[in-house]
Unconditional design. Structure first.
Length: 256
């Protein structure tokens, strides 16, 4: 849960299987983050599958590999389950609308903001009633070759200079943190790669694994126009073996 900038140490990533009974209150200014494995089988998987819409079922069947189908069904079903719990509606009754670039919103409850990311066998889902948010998650073991091959396309000159000074292991971790931070921002914006990642500058402290929030600026915007804050999530590296980040609207001090 995110409170004010000075209370960031209380930020939690809660396992979804711990959400029995009533969910904690999602108060104004707060962000809730939930995580789960997506390699579900048996009854838990079947229950989630039943909550999906016909369009979502068709989308799942289009995946070529069973593990990708399972990841999609589990992630979307868990999202529906949590939304249903927050809004007190059956998860199968949740209706999504999609923006120009595919970002989903709730048709009947636009005041509940959410975002989802999945990688490998894990999913991360964020919720807020007062702030637009974007989250990203990348499983560490799947990162190495991918990020090293695209580093020059996603990094600013300053970021690339920092990473080139690191040993291979630290450079790999820094690239993963950099990418999740940029992807979380792009998901917050909701336009995907319409904004080139090398136009977004991530603070050096974030690349080094720092947990403190920091401000981000829209590419080309005046420095005075601070409209969003990056929250690194280093606890996910320990808990899930994943790099992760959250971006929320507001300057940071607005959250609380």
């Amino acid at each position: 849960m995110i409170a004010k900038r000075e209370k960031l140490e209380h930020l939690e990533v809660r396992p979804i299987d711990s959400c029995v009974g009533q969910l904690p209150d999602l108060n104004h200014g707060a962000v809730h983050l939930w995580s789960s494995r997506t390699d579900l089988v048996g009854d838990p998987f079947s229950k989630l599958l039943k909550t999906l819409s016909s369009e979502e079922n068709q989308r799942a069947r289009r995946y070529r590999f069973k593990e990708n189908q399972r990841e999609f069904v589990s992630s979307r079903g868990l999202l529906r389950m949590l939304i249903g719990r927050y809004l007190d509606v059956p998860p199968e009754k949740v209706t999504f609308e999609y923006g120009e670039f595919g970002k989903p919103v709730l048709k009947s409850f636009p005041q509940l903001h959410f975002n989802l990311a999945h990688s490998g066998n894990f999913v991360l889902i964020g919720f807020s009633r007062s702030h637009e948010i974007g989250v990203d998650l990348e499983e560490k073991k799947s990162n190495k070759e991918r990020f090293s091959s695209i580093a020059e396309m996603i990094c600013t000159k300053n970021e690339l200079g920092i990473i080139k000074e690191l040993n291979p292991k630290d450079a790999e971790a820094a690239l993963a943190r950099l990418w999740t931070a940029k992807e979380a921002y792009l998901k917050w914006v909701g336009t995907g790669l319409q904004i080139s990642p090398d136009r977004i500058e991530i603070p050096e402290a974030v690349l080094m694994g720092g947990a403190a929030p920091d401000r981000l600026w829209s590419p080309g915007a005046p420095v005075s126009e601070v409209v969003h804050t990056l929250y690194p999530l280093p606890m996910c590296e320990d808990q899930l073996g994943c790099s992760a980040a959250l971006v929320a609207s507001g300057s940071g001090s607005d959250l609380g």
